[in-house]
Design a protein around this ligand. Structure first.
Ligand SMILES: [Zn+2]
Length: 244
């Protein structure tokens, strides 16, 4: 079978938790059957309450169809995602890591210095995720896609944050990330009226507070924030910690 244009990460970072988990359960439960490759597309039968006929396009797993109630109404359903999982894994089992979806930033709780390779991978993944934090130029018909892109970017960034060990070096990486996001909000034309990026920034600020609680040396890097004016003052609570 030829691989699709989308990847497992693409699916994980662009779908809600509930649909993803249900799709994983279907795939793991062997409910994805009769998978066939067509021209730049795949089809299969997903065993649910009844057998559902599903097809997914190779260029984008969201361009799919299913004859269940949701699918008939144009909603992305768990059956479509289950077939997409089969296609990206080529029928191979999902590992524990594969099945885990991270959509919010969290503190890893691991105290150590990131290795040179870990730092490199984190930086590369940040650069890739930042491409999804796109400016909005209109027309209004592109609004939903633009906001979905912001969500995907923040999910990708969340996965990077969750993998970082607690260390002043990680702190520096996260503060640089927040300043880049702030710049995008202030001058980069990103329309965050839904608060997707702002919410992400606030969550990372909380992760940084946890860092300091676990390793006070982490707050040394906050000095960098003392003289900046951010878009909604998110840096204030971190700057306050410097002298505490
Ligand atoms: Zn369906």
């Amino acid at each position: 079978m030829n691989p699709p244009d989308f990847t497992l990460d693409k699916i994980k970072f662009s779908i809600d938790k509930s649909t993803f988990e249900k799709a994983v359960a279907l795939y793991k439960g062997g409910k994805v059957t009769q998978v066939r490759e067509g021209i730049r597309s795949y089809s299969g039968v997903i065993l649910g309450t009844k057998p559902y006929r599903v097809s997914v396009e190779a260029r984008n797993y969201k361009y799919s169809s299913c004859d269940c109630y949701l699918g008939e109404n144009g909603t992305l359903c768990k059956h479509m995602v289950a077939l997409a999982l089969h296609v990206v894994k080529n029928g191979e089992p999902l590992s524990a890591q594969d099945s885990k979806q991270i959509t919010e930033p969290a503190c890893s709780g691991i105290l150590c210095q990131p290795s040179a390779e870990e730092s490199e991978v984190a930086k590369r993944n940040i650069t890739m995720a930042m491409r999804y934090i796109k400016p909005y130029h209109g027309p209004s018909s592109t609004w939903d896609a633009n906001q979905e892109s912001l969500e995907e970017g923040c999910s990708r960034l969340s996965a990077v944050v969750a993998r970082l060990p607690v260390h002043p070096e990680s702190t520096k990486l996260l503060i640089d990330l927040l300043l880049r996001l702030d710049k995008k909000l202030q001058m980069g034309g990103v329309d965050d009226s839904n608060g997707i990026v702002g919410g992400f920034i606030e969550e990372v600020v909380n992760v940084l507070k946890e860092y300091v609680w676990l390793d006070p040396a982490c707050k040394g890097t906050f000095v960098k924030l003392a003289k900046v004016g951010t878009c909604f003052g998110w840096e204030a609570s971190l700057v306050k910690m410097i002298d505490e």
